[in-house]
Design a protein around this ligand. Structure first.
Ligand code: X2X
Length: 337
């Protein structure tokens, strides 16, 4: 068929029916077209490494799997995207374990305050038995979690009103926390006033002073430009947070084994590269944020941990998670409660 006659045909009344079997675009369409959504800005290493992975998945699958990325909360806040990945509206989604805990309670365990001393404890735990325990729980809740977690990092507290030097500085502090019972519980233990707000509303909540402060790793504070609406950054390192790459279980099972292998391997490899990127950023951004006007201080973490202990925070959460999960956390992080 010549170009001209094809155009004439598609333009005519018979076009729609004809297009379903002659349109070259359809013939080239991928067998599996999936959506991956997240809450992170386009320039965040999560999206940079995800774009690389998606290109590799397309090439290695010879075009059979095409994944479109929706960064930066384009499809809604985390709570909303979690519903979408459960119903299959989106096929892939990265979510903080702490927020996932609204569905899978044990998934917040890595965020217990001051538990992991450093990355030498974090990755062996999350790539080892603790992560395995959490993934099994995620599976039971009807989602598939890939083996390698992506990093968010150790979290620091920022504020527009005053630096946080001692636990007493948190008393009455209006702080935004992500939507997660663990986050609320921890800041309440310090006597703060935490407000649960999804990340897509954080900048404006800080700008309009609905809250005084928030807490996030330096990479997010920089990339989401939170330094524009915050003055102080207190390096509390109060918890470690990471993202699970999740899949809708039915969409995952629809992929034949060879395609599952390609997708899983590339997501996991991307996660390992992203961990290196994030670590470098979080270790190096203080100077840049200072040049952008932020004032840093380094509180004594032990004082904060002591307050949590005295408030019964560790005992309460040990009882919630149960002895098996808690035992696995302590196996890597040392004794807590
Ligand atoms: O919502 C947040 O603060 C963020 C971006 O760190 C998470 O995804 C948990």
């Amino acid at each position: 068929m010549s170009q001209i006659s094809r155009r004439a045909l598609i333009g005519g009344a018979a076009g729609a029916a004809a297009a379903s079997f002659v349109l070259p675009r359809r013939a080239r369409a991928a067998e599996f077209t999936y959506k991956y959504a997240n809450n992170s800005p386009v320039d965040h290493p999560m999206n940079i490494r995800a774009r690389e992975a998606v290109a590799k998945i397309k090439a290695e699958s010879k075009g059979r799997v095409e994944i479109e990325i929706f960064p930066n909360n384009q499809l809604g806040g985390d709570t909303d995207m979690l519903s979408q990945v459960r119903t299959g509206g989106i096929e892939f989604f990265t979510l903080s374990g702490l927020i996932l805990a609204t569905l899978v309670p044990v998934a917040s365990i890595n965020g217990i305050g001051f538990a992991f001393k450093d990355y030498g404890q974090v990755w062996p735990a999350m790539d080892g038995e603790l992560g395995g325990f959490v993934r099994a729980a995620i599976d039971k809740a009807g989602l598939h979690a890939f083996d390698r977690m992506w990093d968010n990092g150790y979290r620091e507290i920022t504020s527009s009103t005053h630096p946080i030097n001692t636990p007493a500085d948190l008393k009455g502090f209006k702080i935004r926390v992500p939507v997660s019972p663990l986050w609320t519980s921890m800041f309440e233990a310090f006597g703060a006033s935490p407000a649960s707000i999804n990340f897509n509303e954080v900048y404006s909540a800080l700008q309009t002073k609905v809250v005084e402060g928030q807490e996030n790793p330096l990479s997010i504070i920089e990339i989401a430009k939170l330094y524009e609406v915050q003055k102080y950054c207190s390096s509390t390192n109060h918890m470690w947070d990471g993202f699970w790459m999740l899949a809708n279980a039915a969409a995952w099972q629809r992929l034949p084994a060879d395609l599952q292998e390609i997708v899983a391997r590339n997501w996991n490899e991307a996660a390992l590269k992203q961990r290196v990127d994030i670590r470098k950023l979080n270790d190096s951004l203080q100077g840049k944020l200072e040049s952008q006007g932020m004032v840093f201080n380094k509180p004594d973490a032990e004082a904060f941990r002591a307050v949590l202990k005295k408030a019964g925070f560790y005992t309460e959460w040990r009882n919630k998670y149960g002895q098996e999960a808690w035992g696995l956390l302590e196996k890597y992080a040392g004794g807590l409660a």
